[in-house]
Write a protein that binds this ligand. Structure first.
Ligand SMILES: [Zn+2]
Ligand SMILES: [Zn+2]
Length: 569
């Protein structure tokens, strides 16, 4: 159990209560408790008794106890059962919060997008207090937008589902090996569904376990070679399982990983040699079928190196095979340069994050909590930065083989100034500059803000340079060509933020950075120990842009990194 889980549970309970039309005082008690936990810089294990914290009352303390003992909240479960599922997507409509949706539900019986649309068309919504004919018009427009949104789901929504299925398959002794396939394996930003290749000799047992242990909303197919289900999650997710024999694993995995265009090219290569590729193997001219122990052996059969899934676009991967060896791999990563602790809005203490980084085998990393401007995230003042530094030093003394650097993720303020003076920045090992506010400013203003950061000698890196959230918001639209030119001129690092919500810079911008020779850092921006896993997604995503190992800052040795961060001091 960690703080973030409790905070998220409180927030969910508040939202569900609000949708239920529950007493506002009860709702706000959960929101206040969430804020109290967020504002406290200690991690859960450092608090003697979290239920005694100011801001935690009787009701919220009971939920914490519930979470601590059973790992889940029975109150939240109850609410999830009562609140109509169809109300949740309505929260995505701009201008409709929990309170308004509760009103629509209570007074008009609205429980889905369809019933809301009908009520608007019949002019019933305008009759409610607080709603007008204009609101109706706006809701109808937004409902149409909602329906037009792509049916593809963003990677951040699919990643936890993939993780959960991997844990389930990994726990089944009947499963010999398995892998996720499809566009998710190719580090696509969105996917239509999730595909898994599963090797087993005991199809019935595996099928039964999958159907029983996943939260299945609908079984589309449940045969001996293919199981298709729709999972009952916030948004329904389709998952296909292909059950294959061990000999077929490599070709099935290759086939179902795609892309389609990549597979077309592979089939052409095979055809030229008088062979035929299928999901079952490679058929020879005499009709015999060759199978392979893994994908590497399959590619080797065609005199190709192993082509990482992210590169399989059917465009350049067959022409640039010499470059594959110089691409970054997860094993090359020696550090993570952007993360948060309980000093700001992270879930774990400096020492807890440090231990987790050591356990990942990193050689160094940087703690970069938010700066004072970000009050909602409990950003640090210069005084608190100094105190935090003592904690970081204590960790380093106890871990001589590893180095934790003291950094900051400093806000670039709306007026274009930086959140810390130079004398504060000078003392820090590593300075990230980020934009978290006033996204709607003109591009000129945004660029002026970024230029201040670029020209400051103590700033090392610009984090999540566009501020985009995949399938959600476009960010603040900087002129990327200009930003990359400045990064080159002023010697700054640009970030590939590996959090699957962001993946910022995107592939196209990473290609531009590569062409300009601007160094990139792949960082998880972890707010939780569990987020450190995002490094894998970041590396696979970086492969899509053919980013070379040498230009990725966090593949550098500690000595190289230190030389870089000290050059302007
Ligand atoms: Zn940030
Ligand atoms: Zn951050």
């Amino acid at each position: 159990m960690n703080k973030k889980t409790i905070i998220r549970t409180f927030e969910k309970i508040a939202l569900y209560m609000e949708l239920q039309g529950e007493n506002p005082f009860k709702v706000s008690a959960f929101r206040k408790a969430a804020a109290a936990l967020e504002g406290d810089e200690r991690s859960l294990s450092e608090m003697e008794d979290v239920t005694k914290l100011k801001g935690i009352g009787k009701g919220t303390a009971a939920v914490i106890e519930d979470l601590m003992t059973s790992g889940e909240s029975s109150l939240l479960k109850e609410l999830e059962e009562i609140v109509p599922k169809g109300l949740l997507p309505l929260l995505k409509l701009p201008g409709l919060g929990g309170k308004k949706i509760a009103k629509l539900h209570q007074e008009l019986g609205i429980d889905s997008a369809e019933s809301l649309k009908a009520a608007c068309e019949e002019g019933k919504v305008r009759e409610l207090a607080g709603f007008a004919a204009k609101t109706e018009e706006k809701i109808l427009k937004e409902l149409a937008n909602l329906a037009n949104r792509s049916e593809r789901l963003p990677i951040w929504q699919l990643e936890p589902v993939v993780l959960q299925i991997e844990a389930l398959l990994g726990s089944m002794e009947e499963v010999e090996r398995f892998s996720v396939a499809g566009s998710f394996r190719r580090a696509a930003e969105t996917s239509k569904d999730i595909d898994f290749i599963v090797v087993t000799e005991v199809v019935e047992t595996v099928r039964e376990k999958l159907l029983n242990e996943l939260s299945v909303q609908e079984v589309v197919a449940a045969g001996d070679t293919k199981i298709s289900v729709i999972l009952d999650l916030d948004e329904p997710v389709s998952v296909d399982f292909r059950l294959v024999r061990d000999a077929e694993y490599a070709t099935a995995l290759h086939h179902f990983t795609g892309s389609k265009d990549h597979n077309v090219r592979m089939r052409q290569i095979a055809k030229a040699r008088g062979e035929k590729i299928s999901e079952y193997g490679v058929e020879q001219a005499d009709g015999t079928v060759l199978t392979f122990k893994d994908e590497a052996e399959f590619f080797a059969h065609f005199d190709l190196p192993f082509i990482p899934p992210s590169l399989r676009t059917g465009t350049t991967e067959f022409d640039k095979t010499d470059g594959i060896n110089s691409l970054v791999k997860l094993e090359d990563i020696k550090a993570d340069l952007h993360m948060h602790t309980t000093w700001s809005d992270g879930a774990y203490s400096v020492a807890e994050m440090g231990e987790a980084l050591v356990a990942r085998g990193y050689q160094y990393s940087v703690i970069t909590d938010h700066s004072q401007f970000l009050k909602v995230a409990n950003g640090l003042t210069p005084e608190r930065l100094t105190k935090q530094r003592a904690e970081i030093e204590a960790f380093n003394e106890a871990h001589p083989k590893f180095r934790l650097y003291a950094g900051t993720e400093m806000d670039i303020l709306p007026d274009g100034s930086l959140d810390f003076e130079d004398d504060v920045l000078k003392e820090l090992d590593f300075v990230i500059a980020s934009i978290h506010s006033s996204f709607t400013q003109s591009q000129d203003k945004i660029m002026a803000r970024l230029l201040t950061a670029m020209q400051n000698p103590y700033v090392h890196m610009i984090a999540h340079p566009t501020g985009r959230i995949i399938e959600d918001r476009n960010g603040y639209n900087p002129d990327m060509g200009q930003l990359i030119t400045w990064a080159k001129e002023y010697g700054k690092i640009l970030e590939l933020n590996a959090n699957p919500y962001r993946l910022d810079l995107c592939v196209e911008h990473l290609e531009m950075a590569l062409a300009a020779g601007v160094p990139v850092a792949i960082n998880t921006d972890a707010h939780d120990i569990a987020h450190l896993r995002f490094m894998d997604i970041g590396v696979r995503y970086a492969n899509r842009a053919w980013l070379k190992r040498d230009m990725i800052v966090n593949t550098w040795t500690r000595e190289q990194f230190e030389a870089f961060i000290r050059r302007n001091k």
